[in-house]
Design a protein around this ligand. Structure first.
Ligand SMILES: Nc1ncnc2c1ncn2[C@@H]1O[C@H](COP(=O)(O)OP(=O)(O)OP(=O)(O)O)[C@@H](O)[C@H]1O
Length: 750
């Protein structure tokens, strides 16, 4: 051993071990005072023993312990021990660094918290609360005034306590605040007082607001009568179905007016996300209440008439099915199961659910009236609108009572324009009949040549354009002839041209301004009003857009047929064009067609091919007109998607016309589904389709025989001007469609 001690290597190793061990001890000393004794050991104990003592005190792996025992050579042992001590030292240093860092951070937030608390205390002492505190206090006051039901109030208070403990910079502060703001803003107990319902007054109001619509108005009166007799009864949800601009929205607002309630329209068009109806869970970032709750907040009362507009336009995708959420709102039975899914009232995250739950609690909670008042959805009156009933999911449709509003005839449109639209348009533009007059003949021209719609929205727009032009003229006069006490006759450039042509002379007198009322009718007096004439129509609305010659012009070649389709805009005339080219007998279809219509085309071609001989399509010169030919069928307008089975008969007629080289009658439109055997099946939307044919100025309409019953709904004035022809089989359609009858040699009844 002594020899080894003299060894230079051993000396160097010992020195290194001692210095590392000393470092470790010093480090430990800073942490625990007991390390002092170990330092003495370092001075007294021989170095090789020291190595063993140190290593024995570390937590090292079994393999490392074995390796230590294995090293008989003192130098090797010492070097291994040095390595272990060094490792231990390093690990302590790293751990220390991390602790220091964490401690630094902790103390920073703690310090900030303490400082804030102190600042708050100082401010309180000085009576100098900061804005944030003011805001929270204001929110609390607002919440107290909101009149929340007790269970909601409890929930809101808990949330408020949480908010008060938070720092404004803290995550979650904002969302909590927005949530409470919403709770405070909701009209928990604000109601519009339901007026004592006067059925006579309601009827008068409906009549004065809407022309025609006798059946619809009658149904609304029945609805109101039931409400009057049983206000808390479960009245059905009315759903007005019809093309745009036929008065669905305005009827709903008339119901609200009759009940003395506020009216709010919730647009559901394009809603695909269930959360749009139900609201998001609050755990979502950027969570918001659903549209219904938002609507209630906007309208500011808890019992409005809520119009669920375009309920047929909601779709479903991966984000859920809004229709099912709506179903739960509209059906009280479903409401119950709905709230049962969330029995834990204490952890209500969705406001919408909360309201439903509050309603449920209200019913359970000693059944008192006071609770019932808070059941918001129990008191909202829902009315829905849709362009078509078909896309509405059947369960939802089942909960509503569908009231159909057909399109208007030209005559009805004229009456609506004269009685309702023109007075409204004039007053909207600060005019009256002293300034501008619309002769019936001109309105008729606007209806026939500038609009082709089932409703009256475009008509109103065109009348407004005319009123605008007149308003510009009047306003220009005001500019050119500033108001003074003298009376100046004024004429406009538009009017001058009319004067030159011998039109009615228009003169306006400028009267002194007696008050601040800027309504032109009070400022000017007009000698003779401006009367809308054809020239003005052309000048303001441009050349006429539609005429009744369209069908005549388009059905000039064999292969073109006039069909009738049913779209979201009501009935429409749909031309079908067929042509043939040399080929292999393929069928090409264009015009954005759906699967059903494509199949109808396939059926049509098969039917015509199967009857080529009877249809005279096989001649002596060309054995079969259909052979060696590709057929192309096109449905203009190419950009509008089309589908449905009702083009069946039109397709066959087109093909027969094409191959027999005979033109179909341009004054005849048709609709109907056809089976492969040639039977004509009934189709939907007859009323709208017949109205469309009338609008286009067609004279004859071919309909499936089984649709005869649907004609009851068509106004008699329209029926009177059309020849309605019924078809049981395809041969009947062909018989009616061609001048001189069906090109079939003999009617084959297969
Ligand atoms: N029978 C009618 N009598 C008087 N005015 C009418 C009648 N039908 C429609 N109108 C008027 O036509 C305009 C359009 O009606 P409204 O907005 O109610 O249409 P809508 O059917 O709800 O259309 P959309 O489906 O596009 O919402 C309104 O100004 C309305 O007053």
């Amino acid at each position: 051993m002594e020899q080894v001690e003299e060894d230079a290597d051993f000396k160097a190793l010992s020195r290194q071990f001692k210095s590392t061990a000393m470092e470790l001890i010093t480090l430990l000393e800073q942490k625990q005072k007991t390390a002092g004794r170990t330092k003495i050991l370092l001075e007294t104990v021989p170095v090789h023993k020291l190595a063993d003592i140190f290593v024995a005190s570390f937590e090292i792996s079994f393999e490392e312990q074995l390796a230590m025992l294995d090293s008989v050579d003192v130098k090797v042992r010492l070097s291994k021990a040095t390595e272990l001590v060094e490792r231990h030292l390093q690990s302590i240093r790293v751990a220390e660094k991390i602790t220091q860092k964490v401690e630094g951070q902790l103390s920073k937030t703690q310090k900030e918290y303490l400082l804030r608390q102190q600042m708050r205390a100082i401010k309180e002492e000085l009576g100098d609360n900061d804005d944030e505190d003011d805001d929270v206090a204001a929110l609390e006051r607002k919440m107290q005034d909101a009149g929340m039901p007790p269970n909601i109030w409890k929930h809101a208070q808990r949330e408020l306590r949480r908010l008060k403990k938070m720092q404004p910079q803290q995550p979650g502060y904002n969302s909590s605040r927005v949530y409470l703001e919403l709770l405070a803003d909701l009209p928990w107990e604000t109601t519009s007082e339901e007026v004592e319902l006067d059925l006579k007054a309601a009827k008068d109001r409906l009549d004065s607001d809407h022309y025609g619509l006798v059946k619809v108005k009658q149904r609304i009166i029945e609805y109101l009568a039931v409400r009057k007799l049983k206000p808390d009864g479960k009245s059905p949800v009315l759903c007005f179905v019809g093309p745009p601009g036929v008065g669905k929205t305005s009827l709903a607002s008339s119901i609200a007016a009759a009940l003395g309630r506020k009216f709010i329209r919730i647009s559901l068009g394009g809603v695909k996300d269930e959360a749009d109806i139900r609201g998001h869970r609050r755990t979502y970032i950027g969570s918001m209440p659903g549209r219904l709750i938002d609507g209630l907040k906007k309208v500011g009362v808890c019992n409005p008439v809520m119009l669920l507009d375009e309920i047929d336009k909601t779709g479903s995708d991966i984000r859920g099915d809004p229709a099912s959420a709506l179903l739960e709102v509209l059906d009280p039975e479903q409401n119950k199961t709905f709230s049962d899914q969330y029995p834990n009232v204490g952890v209500v995250y969705q406001i919408f659910e909360m309201l439903v739950i509050s309603e449920k609690l209200g019913r359970l909670g000693n059944g008192s009236k006071q609770f019932d008042q808070t059941s918001i959805f129990g008191t909202v009156i829902f009315v829905a609108t849709a362009n078509r009933a078909q896309p509405i999911p059947p369960p939802l449709l089942d909960r509503m009572e569908v009231i159909e509003l057909p399109g208007y005839t030209s005559e009805e449109k004229l009456r609506i324009a004269m009685r309702h639209l023109i007075p409204r348009v004039l007053s909207q533009h600060g005019l009256n009949s002293d300034f501008l007059q619309f002769p019936e003949a001109m309105v008729k021209l606007v209806i026939e040549q500038y609009t082709r719609e089932a409703g009256v929205r475009n008509l109103e727009r065109n009348l407004a354009a005319l009123a605008r032009a007149a308003a510009v003229t009047v306003a220009e006069q005001e500019h050119n002839h500033p108001l003074n006490k003298n009376i100046h006759p004024i004429t406009s450039s538009l009017l001058e041209s009319r004067v030159a042509e011998g039109g009615a002379e228009v003169e306006m007198e400028v009267l002194p301004m007696g008050s601040n009322n800027h309504d032109l009718s009070n400022v000017f007096r007009i000698m003779s009003p401006l009367i809308v004439d054809e020239e003005m129509l052309e000048k303001v609305l441009g050349p006429s857009k539609y005429d009744n010659k369209e069908a005549e012009e388009r059905v000039v070649t064999p292969g073109v047929t006039v069909g009738l389709v049913w779209t979201a805009f009501g009935g429409e005339v749909q031309f079908v064009e067929a042509t043939a080219t040399t080929g292999k007998g393929d069928l090409h279809l264009t015009g954005q067609l759906g699967d059903v219509i494509k199949e109808s085309a396939q059926i049509a071609l098969t039917w015509v091919r199967a009857r080529a001989t009877e249809l005279n399509l096989v001649t002596k010169q060309e054995s079969n007109l259909l052979e060696g030919r590709d057929v192309h069928i096109h449905f203009p307008a190419g950009a509008v998607p089309k589908d449905g089975p009702s083009a069946g008969v039109t397709l066959v007629t087109s093909l027969v016309s094409l191959f027999s080289r005979r033109r179909v009658r341009a004054d005849t439109a048709m609709t109907g589904e056809m089976t492969l055997r040639g039977l004509v099946l009934p189709v939907g939307g007859i009323k709208d389709k017949v109205l469309a044919a009338h609008r286009y100025g067609l004279k004859r309409v071919i309909l499936p025989e089984r649709n005869m019953k649907d004609l009851v709904e068509v106004p008699s004035a329209v029926l009177g001007s059309l020849e309605i022809l019924f078809a049981k089989r395809m041969e009947d359609v062909l018989e009616h469609a061609f001048e001189g009858g069906c090109p079939l040699k003999h009617h084959s009844r297969l």
